[in-house]
Write a protein that binds this ligand. Structure first.
Ligand code: SF4
Ligand code: SF4
Length: 480
């Protein structure tokens, strides 16, 4: 009797090869397995033909390896859904769940739509100068805190993120919110954590002391050394801002002890010098970590990275990733935050059904109290998902998230990085296609190459210094 006809399902198992080694990424669980010679032989044979009889697969490998070991490995691949009976192949995907509850952990408060700078690529549709900006008032802010406490029912901690425009242009409100949130959180037995992203220009030693006292997490938006930063990050009058930003950043970095300070770099058209930026921000200014946001879509298409720019950024990311590996082997972290996040996702076996926490654990409040998916949507044309005054519009938000999690009919359903990407950033899609649920197909190939590269780096660290994950990833989570 002929044996079962099998086929290798690349939607569930993806092999990354390098330096004579091969790692199997089990796509449904994001688990990684190193393939020994037996494993590589079986998988090579299974991949060599669209369909193969189980007996012939067994025999191919049994010439070199013990038959029982081969049979066991084939069975294991079947359990994992990597080998399936031909004709019944299925990509393993989580069943799209209906989100009915919104256990928020984080609210982003847009405390002023105004900003004191006029960066050339700014995506904020509601951006104004500080004087003309719409400021959030305390009634909206305190109502936001109440909504967060109410939605965070079972959580021990809540997070409040101050955003703008430039959040430091509304310090009176930030001070009021800190007092109010601490008092209210303590009354219901929760911790409250504060953070903000600032262009740093308005920082003073007094403000730094205030943030230190309340253990703020601080990120500074800065794009690199003067010649790069000043290309886009200018005053409203058009002057470069590097000198003031770097001076304030140095002041902060020299004195701030509450938490590590990060830098956020926006990469737009023509700005691809990632290593030079990294050497300056990490090596010279001393930021703890530097995160890069490549802009692939923009309301002004001239600001988005071109295909060639994206390739150059990816190549630079790989070179910086190699440096990350070299330092990780010696127990150090080079502060490349994008790589560190990928290492964390692989180490923890991330299984995303949604691209990010927007709309689930996190919402952003605009100055009037409207609830937006995240900070990038405040002031956009996308209708809000309720208000802090009336609560979350659960029906609309649930419908949105249900559609976001439903992969049927999309390329994501079969994609090998679907549980790491899950369809891509809603705002990138919104900026490019006017639809936050349009998948970010325009850079899928680069993302897949990035994950393959990450698998190689992960394996290198695992081989030479597995303790790195314990000391740099598990502790990071404990401190988060
Ligand atoms: S958006 Fe592209 S890379 Fe992301 S899961 Fe979908 S198909 Fe894969
Ligand atoms: S939608 Fe995009 S910008 Fe907003 S939180 Fe998600 S990944 Fe970030």
């Amino acid at each position: 009797m002929p044996s079962e006809v099998m086929s290798y399902n690349s939607a569930n198992g993806h092999v990354v090869r390098f330096d004579g080694r091969a790692m199997l990424l089990h796509v449904p669980t994001t688990a990684l397995f190193e393939l020994d010679e037996l494993g590589q032989t079986v998988i090579d044979a299974a991949c060599s033909e669209p369909r193969i009889e189980r007996d012939s697969l067994q025999q191919t490998a049994a010439a070199r390896f013990a038959a029982a070991d081969v049979a066991q490995f084939i069975s294991r691949l079947q359990e994992l859904g990597v080998l399936q009976v031909a004709g019944s192949e299925q990509a393993v995907n989580p069943r799209p769940a209906q989100v009915q509850d919104y256990p928020l952990s984080t609210l982003v408060l847009n405390v002023n739509t105004g900003c004191n700078l006029g960066c050339r690529y700014c995506y904020k549709e509601d951006l104004q100068t500080p004087a003309r900006g719409e400021r959030m008032d305390f009634a909206v802010a305190s109502r936001s805190v109440e909504l967060l406490l109410q939605q965070a029912r079972d959580r021990d901690s809540i997070n409040i993120v101050f955003f703008g425009g430039e959040p430091l242009t509304n310090m009176p409100l930030i001070r009021q919110v800190v007092d109010y949130a601490q008092e209210r959180a303590a009354a219901v037995g929760k911790n409250v954590d504060f953070s903000l992203t600032t262009n740093a220009t308005l920082l003073t030693p007094q403000l730094v002391a205030f943030f230190e006292a309340h253990r703020f997490g601080i990120s500074i938006s800065i794009d690199g050394p003067k010649v790069i930063h000043d290309r886009n990050r200018r005053t409203v009058g058009g002057k470069g801002t590097y000198e003031v930003v770097a001076r304030k950043a140095r002041m902060l970095l020299e004195s701030y002890r509450a938490r590590p300070v990060g830098a956020r770099v926006t990469l737009t058209a023509g700005t691809t010098e990632v290593e030079e930026i990294h050497a300056h921000l990490r090596g010279e200014l001393g930021f703890h970590e530097v995160g890069y946001a490549p802009v692939t879509s923009s309301a002004n298409a001239a600001h988005a990275l071109s295909v060639e720019d994206l390739e150059a950024v990816h190549a630079a990311f790989e070179r910086l990733g190699e440096q990350y590996l070299r330092l990780a082997i010696t127990g150090r972290n080079n502060g490349f935050s994008n790589m560190h996040q990928l290492m964390t996702d692989l180490h923890e076996g991330r299984r995303k059904t949604l691209p990010c926490g927007a709309g689930v654990g996190l919402l952003a409040v605009d100055h009037k109290g409207g609830l937006n998916l995240c900070h990038r949507f405040t002031g956009s044309e996308l209708p809000v998902f309720g208000t802090v005054q009336e609560g979350i519009d659960s029906a609309r938000l649930g419908e949105f998230l249900g559609r976001a999690a439903d992969r049927s009919g999309t390329h994501c359903a079969f994609c090998r990085i679907r549980n790491l990407c899950a369809g891509g950033c809603y705002h990138e899609s919104y900026a490019r296609f006017g639809d936050p649920l349009h998948r970010t197909y325009h850079y899928c190939n680069l993302l897949r190459r990035w994950v393959d590269f990450g698998v190689r780096i992960y394996s290198g660290i695992m081989t030479h210094n597995p303790g790195f994950f314990r000391s740099h990833i598990e502790t990071r989570r404990a401190n988060a």
